[in-house]
Design a protein around this ligand. Structure first.
Ligand code: SF4
Ligand code: SF4
Length: 290
């Protein structure tokens, strides 16, 4: 099963909550950091030495000796990864979605594929609060690369020994987030009660509605702001399963790189309650499917 922890805007505490859930979960769980532009989960975790592999995507290369400059490929590519200038075609691998269509439309057979490096996937283990070692994997997008979705898909493609995957999604409501939540059994939105937070939460929930995914919400720093995110949840019919109060000690732990569940009992208690709600939700959904 898969739970994805997501947020409309950055800075809501999504990663802090995702790592807290992974450390507190009473059964084995694999934590995947799909926030591939800023994979920060590991900074909170006690991890073992890991291994890394490189990820490549096939992109077109054009044989100039064969190309006639007809422009069929650049006209067809809807991503702007091929641009014809005069009789020459320039390639922009960072924009290529590796669909292979340009190879098919080229009447001269002038296009072949070459691998293009898009990032890395690391695998290690982290120690949970019960002392067990659990899988942690994270993707790191190549600096300057625009293609987070293929790296996120590759990260999710691997199977782990743990029966539950917890995914820390990129913030936002567009393609990277959609790839991190796709086919999840549950999406937990971490939101904050500010006008910006509510606006971005609503956009993200609209994406999740389009994808027909079950959603629950957690309000972080719940006693700050004017209740805007809670109003969005009420309007959208989304259950709020936790309210984590603002606590200066949480910010102090965070600033020192120490996870607040290790130092702030009230924070840990609030997350433990959320774990209970999530387990109950998953059990109910399993019962409904059988
Ligand atoms: S493989 Fe697809 S996305 Fe990439 S350049 Fe060719 S047509 Fe464009
Ligand atoms: S379709 Fe083929 S021949 Fe035409 S411009 Fe592209 S690479 Fe050259």
């Amino acid at each position: 099963m898969t739970i994805t922890v997501a947020s409309g805007k950055g800075g809501t505490g999504k990663t802090t909550i995702a790592t807290a859930l992974a450390m507190l979960w009473p059964e084995p769980v694999a934590l995947l950091d799909a926030d591939v532009e800023e994979p920060n989960c590991r900074f909170f975790l006690d991890t073992t030495e890991g291994k890394q592999r490189e990820v490549f995507l096939p992109v077109p290369q054009i044989d100039e000796a064969i190309c006639t400059g007809c422009g069929a490929c650049s006209s067809f590519c809807r991503y702007g990864a091929l641009v014809r200038i005069g009789k020459k075609v320039m390639t922009f691998p960072n924009l290529c979605h590796s669909c292979g269509a340009c190879m098919m439309v080229c009447p001269e057979g002038a296009i072949s594929e070459k691998p293009s490096f898009i990032g890395t996937i690391d695998s290690a283990q982290f120690r949970a609060l019960d002392g067990s070692l659990r899988t942690h994997r994270w993707g790191t997008l190549k600096l300057g690369a625009a293609m987070a979705p293929p790296l996120i898909r590759e990260l999710r493609r691997e199977k782990d020994k743990e029966p539950l995957q917890l995914i820390d999604s990129p913030p936002g409501a567009s393609c990277p987030m959609a790839n991190a939540v796709k086919n999840a059994d549950l999406v937990l939105m971490v939101a904050e009660n500010t006008p910006f937070g509510a606006h971005d939460l609503e956009k993200a929930i609209s994406t999740l509605e389009e994808m027909d995914l079950p959603v629950l919400a957690l309000i972080n720093r719940a006693d700050l702001g004017g209740g805007e995110a809670e109003a969005v949840c009420r309007r959208k019919g989304i259950d709020i399963i936790g309210r984590v109060p603002f606590d200066r000690k949480v910010a102090e732990s965070y600033a020192r790189g120490v996870h607040p569940i290790l130092e702030v009992p009230a924070f840990r208690q609030a997350v433990e309650q959320v774990v209970g709600h999530l387990i109950a939700f998953l059990q109910t959904s399993i019962e409904q499917k059988t």
